[in-house]
Design a binder for this molecule. Structure first.
Ligand code: OOG
Ligand code: NI
Length: 267
């Protein structure tokens, strides 16, 4: 496990930008002067509810660094379950971890994913680099396509493995933008495509959270048989509102998150 939380996020970021080149352009566009001006609200990770690599196994890396479990979320149609974690040091990004509930999926999907996960060496899961270690298996393009037909989420993890699925700009902390709408307009003018599922802005001030996201970059992936270009990772934008006690809401909104997942759908 990592001993330094800043090093963990730096490594997650480096791995993420390697397959999401647009993330650097997002920082150039929104940061007022340099990259450090963009503060991340949260990151998200994806996995399967298998004993070896379940949500809790990923969470253990963050808990060891002082993160605490704060909320849980259910996504019935997508067969997902998620929890979010916060650090006592509020300047650190929140962490959203989801898992696909394989017992609710087809025997084909369950068996295919179980066989992939069996190839991960047991010690890899607790190793320092697990959260940005990518795939530990080989998957063919045909298998990816077959998984995709049932679960976009399963297909994504089969292709990209363990890594940050997105980083999220904290719109509240941007100096040159006052609203999420302004941020979206700047992104669109710069040529970014936004995830329109559930509307360009998901959530409202009434649920204390507004979110938008880019459509995932299209990036080359090495399947066992061919190299192909598929959706990789995306950037999200979050604006939080104060709850009754004047502090910003720190949770997530399941109905909005349900649509954010679709940022990795095929264009
Ligand atoms: C997570 C989607 C949910 C949010 O901020 O609501 C989410 C994912 O796509 O893995 O990140
Ligand atoms: Ni998110």
């Amino acid at each position: 496990m990592h001993t330094d939380v800043k090093v963990l996020f730096a490594n997650l970021w480096q791995d993420y930008v390697a397959v999401t080149p647009s993330a650097k352009q997002v920082h150039q566009l929104l940061g007022s002067s340099q990259q450090d001006d963009v503060i991340n609200d949260h990151i998200a990770l994806r996995t399967f509810n298998l004993e070896k690599v379940g949500l809790e196994k990923l969470a253990a890396h963050f808990k060891a660094l002082g993160y605490e479990e704060c909320g849980e979320y259910h996504f019935e149609a997508k067969k997902l379950y998620a929890k979010h974690y916060e650090h006592p040091d509020r300047s650190l990004p929140k962490v959203f971890i989801s898992e696909l509930l394989l017992d609710k999926c087809s025997a084909y999907l369950r068996d295919t994913i179980t066989a992939l996960v069996e190839q991960i060496p047991a010690e890899a899961v607790t190793a320092d680099n697990f959260l940005y270690s990518g795939t530990h298996w080989q998957v063919s393009q045909a298998t990816y396509e077959k998984l995709l037909a049932e679960s976009e989420y399963a297909a994504w993890v089969s292709a990209w493995g363990y890594r940050a699925n997105h980083f999220t700009v904290s719109v509240n902390d941007l100096h040159s933008f006052d609203s999420l709408e302004q941020v979206n307009n700047a992104l669109k003018e710069a040529g970014f495509l936004l995830n329109m599922s559930g509307g360009e802005i998901k959530g409202t001030p009434q649920v204390y959270l507004e979110q938008s996201s880019t459509l995932a970059d299209l990036h080359q992936v090495q399947f066992s048989d061919v190299v192909a270009t598929i959706p990789s990772c995306f950037y999200e934008f979050a604006r939080r509102y104060a709850v009754a006690d004047g502090l910003l809401y720190t949770g997530f909104v399941a109905a909005s998150a349900d649509k954010i997942f679709e940022s990795t759908n095929a264009r």
